[in-house]
Design a protein around this ligand. Sequence first.
Ligand code: FAD
Length: 418
Amino acid sequence: MSDQSEIVIIGAGAAGVGAGMELEKRGVPFVILEGSGRVGGRAYTDRTSLPYAWDKGCHWMHCADMNPLVAEADRVGAEYLTDARDDWNAVWANGGWADEKSRAATLNAMDAAFEAVDEAGGRGRDVAISEVLPEAGGLAPIVRLWIQLMSSGDPEQVSARGYADYEETNRNWPVKTGYGDLIERLAAGLPVRLNTPVTGIEQHANSIQVTTRSGAIEAKAAIVTASTAVLNAGAIEIGAGPARDLLGVMENVPCGFCEKVAIAFDRDMFGHIGHPSVNVLPQDGSAPINFQFANFGNPMVIGHVAGSVAKELLAEGDAAMVEFAMQRLIAAFGSDIKARMVNAATTDWGSDPFVRGAYSFAKPGCAHLRHEMIEADTGNLAFAGEAFSRQWQATAHGAWASGRDVAGRLVDKFKLAS
Ligand SMILES: Cc1cc2nc3c(=O)[nH]c(=O)nc-3n(C[C@H](O)[C@H](O)[C@H](O)COP(=O)(O)OP(=O)(O)OC[C@H]3O[C@@H](n4cnc5c(N)ncnc54)[C@H](O)[C@@H]3O)c2cc1C
């Protein structure tokens, strides 16, 4: 393979697709090289493992009132829900379902934790989240679960200031037709080469040489959208130059872990709960889980774990992950529930060689380094993706907007044209 493009984009996830859409709009020739066999990256609607489609990665259009993908979803006819419920979380703890008072106490503890992180981060405290969390007593494991789910790291690993950089609007709309499906729709017609892992990139003053297993491509510029976990693992060898120098900074903005277990049932098992989601805290002191019930009316649950809990389960394998979820369902709903299971599926983001984690967070003391990563001028070899979003880190829309913005900047700076 040997050809000429103005820009080579590495990765066809949300950021790569955002970059490609921008270049297409500007009429600049480009190609997207995708290592895996599908478009979407961490946006992936699984249509085959279970009787019902479900999102293995992103599911919610966060900050929906500002999220630029809402307009894109409308344009391509993707469906999403806009009803915001304030009765989201039920709680199963201490061997039973929490009554309204205990449920409110749990939600208050979660709110207090996130407020403390925002407040400390807003004051510039670049310390571990664990250092600023208020005392939560017996509810601490649920607070910990939610810090893990939101950051993908453990509270000891994540900077409060880095976390607080996120511009939260508390409007979260789930994509009914699938967030992965939405990114696929946006990618339709873009020049994507699947199964083309990039192994090396050489940066020269006026050109970029991209090496793949099937040959090399020369371009005037390139945009790398692989996760910081992929880049930190050295999976793409970047030759000497300003882009390689930035890799040392990226080590401080790693990806943590977040995995899902989806279980389909032969009938509705959860409608009577009256809440769309439950946090289950086992009595034996082992790690809790969050379940989301009824994926758009389909009889299924999706369990969520993150941080070191997800990392350990991933190492134990799919069966252990399903068992972890099932034991917690049995605790809350009784052993009969197992007989009603039709099928189960798990994610493996942490071991996927093209992702190697969930989403990025800044380590304590390193919040400013994400800003440095975003602002660094690495010339004709630029980076984009969720880790490079100033206000929407760790999200699909942040990734998409970062790809779009970086592509536009490269075209303007190097006066690339059709
Ligand atoms: C379990 C989970 C739940 C999430 N939930 C939400 C949510 O509800 N809402 C939300 O907004 N966000 C959510 N996210 C985060 C969101 O999915 C990501 O932030 C976003 O999809 C990242 O997009 P990206 O383009 O930056 O990276 P990626 O999606 O990782 O795209 C990078 C692409 O590069 C490819 N690649 C890697 N290495 C190479 C190589 N060597 N050569 C060629 N190609 C390569 C990869 O295959 C991939 O396709 C979730 C993530 C996870 C894991």
